[in-house]
Design a protein around this ligand. Structure first.
Ligand SMILES: [Fe+2]
Length: 225
């Protein structure tokens, strides 16, 4: 590939990443602005949201980041994902998550875990396809979403009497840098490993959105009726 062509390809990739990032950010914006007010939920509703979130995040975040790492081909994307994983493992983020849930009296039960089972399984199968660009787009969305979701999650726990906020404090800040890094990795990956025409780059984003909606809006009493 000549230098000129490769420069052209990089510009094209950067342009499509910018519009992809804008689309993803608008999805996040819409999801955040429609969240309920923690004070207007019942204690059981607040507990349920923290428990379902914890059930999904504690055991899957590192798994999904690892799936993206296995899928990507570019060195830059690998480095970015390894850096994320390094922090997750070194600082024991699953332990932070668990402490947060326990302190909010929201450690997930079998019913909490089963209520997200189907949507969680779809996400696992999607990442199992090891599609590098789609997987990275999904993780970039997820990092960005989590960072914006933290004040809501902290509000739920606070209303339940918890003061254990290390998880929400850490993820409300550090994931800004992670999100930017993931978009840079996405730009590189898409230029070295272009997707097939017609590929839905937002497939993983849609699956995650459905899963998050389930976490926030699931009503056990309606399901049991
Ligand atoms: Fe984390």
């Amino acid at each position: 590939m000549s230098t000129l062509v490769s420069q052209h390809e990089s510009v094209k990739a950067a342009t499509s990443i910018t519009s992809l990032q804008e689309t993803i950010n608008s999805v996040i914006e819409e999801m955040i602005k429609t969240l309920p007010n923690p004070k207007q939920l019942t204690s059981s509703e607040r507990r349920g949201i923290v428990a379902r979130y914890s059930s999904v995040l504690e055991g899957n975040f590192i798994y999904w980041m690892t799936a993206a790492l296995i899928a990507v081909k570019s060195e830059e994307a690998r480095e970015e994902l390894v850096e994320n994983l390094h922090e997750e493992v070194k600082d024991a983020h699953p332990d932070m998550m668990r402490r947060f849930a326990i302190a909010a009296h929201a450690f997930p039960t079998d019913s909490d875990a089963l209520s997200v089972h189907d949507d969680l399984t779809k996400m696992r199968k999607f990442l199992g396809r090891l599609s590098p660009v789609q997987s990275l787009a999904a993780m970039a969305f997820f990092e960005g979403f989590i960072q914006r979701f933290m004040p809501f999650l902290a509000g739920l726990a606070a209303e339940e009497g918890s003061t254990e906020m290390e998880y929400t404090d850490v993820h409300g800040v550090c994931d800004i840098a992670h999100t930017e890094g993931l978009y840079r990795a996405l730009a590189t990956e898409i230029s070295v490993n272009p997707v097939q025409p017609g590929t839905d780059l937002l497939e993983g984003v849609s699956l995650l959105r459905t899963l998050i909606d389930r976490i926030v809006y699931y009503k056990p009493e309606v399901a049991a009726a």
